[in-house]
Design a binder for this molecule. Structure first.
Ligand code: MG
Ligand code: MG
Length: 274
């Protein structure tokens, strides 16, 4: 492992391949959970499915025990943005749930999140989630070797702002990832391009816009984890872990490595050979 540019962790190809293994566990687990989300299931049941999925694939849930977090996923419903603790809450028709998941393989981390509608939700909520998802992909697509971290931030904000009136959280951001879930640098979801550390091959980042139908202000509930919007507006959260190779971006937590979305955005897709 090389350390470069303000202490960033730069992964060699074998380490990136290990992160891909962790990323696939996360991606497959989220796919499983998307299919399980329905009215009548509790967030605690989703968590049990996730833990079983992660462990049955030979990985370890990275969230469980992280600063005392009690579960393998975060499940954040409606006005909850991130860090919701799974439990007895039963999902109802018309809810929207953001599920965040992390897994460790041989010490290497993957981290991703998705927002899922429970049955029919208002059109504005569907739009919110899709804008957030697209902003994440545009952020990843803006990452080029030789560019800067806030090129990602700027692409995310630009897409959200161009799509309507939304709030973008500023108190919670994306991050470097690798031998730990959270590493430098921060990856904000807003701001001017061309700033922050340089983007280099082997740097891995988790890109995760958190967007609301109202304002950007949040509060943490008394459980010391759950982040809710101050104005009660509903929120969406999408996240992927990606790296840059000599060939382009490789989205380690996407089942197809990001090929479809990156190609659609006209960006080189850069998987490593096995
Ligand atoms: Mg996450
Ligand atoms: Mg993350």
């Amino acid at each position: 492992m090389g350390l470069l540019d303000r202490g960033l962790e730069i992964k060699d190809p074998d380490q990136v391949r290990m992160m891909r293994r962790a990323g696939l566990v996360v991606g497959e687990t989220l796919e499983l959970l998307r299919a399980e989300v329905r009215a009548g299931i509790s967030t605690g049941e989703l968590d049990a499915i996730a833990e079983d999925s992660i462990r049955s694939r030979g990985a370890t849930p990275s969230f469980k025990g992280y600063h005392g977090f009690p579960a393998s996923i975060c499940a954040s419903v409606n006005d909850e943005v991130v860090h919701g603790i799974p439990g007895g809450r039963v999902l109802a028709e018309g809810d929207v749930v953001s599920i965040d998941c992390g897994a460790i393989v041989e010490g290497w981390h993957g981290d991703a999140a998705t927002t899922v509608a429970v049955g029919e939700v208002p059109d504005e909520v569907t739009h919110l989630s899709e804008v957030t998802r697209q902003a994440m992909w545009r952020g990843i697509a803006a990452a080029r070797r030789g560019g800067r971290v806030t090129d990602i931030s700027h692409a995310i904000e630009s897409h959200v702002r161009a799509s309507g009136e939304f709030g973008i959280l500023e108190d919670y951001v994306g991050h470097g990832i690798g031998s730990a879930m959270h590493l430098p640098p921060n990856v904000p979801n807003y701001g001017r391009p061309g700033r922050g550390p340089r983007l280099v091959e082997g740097l891995a980042l988790a890109v995760e816009p958190m967007v609301t139908l109202g304002g950007k202000e949040t509060v943490v509930l008394e459980d010391d984890w759950t982040v809710v919007t101050s104005d009660g507006s509903w929120a969406a959260h999408h996240e992927h872990t990606f790296t840059l190779t000599a060939h382009g971006a490789w989205v380690l937590t996407a089942l197809d490595g990001g090929e479809a979305e990156l190609t659609a955005l006209g960006v080189p897709f850069g998987p490593l050979a096995d």
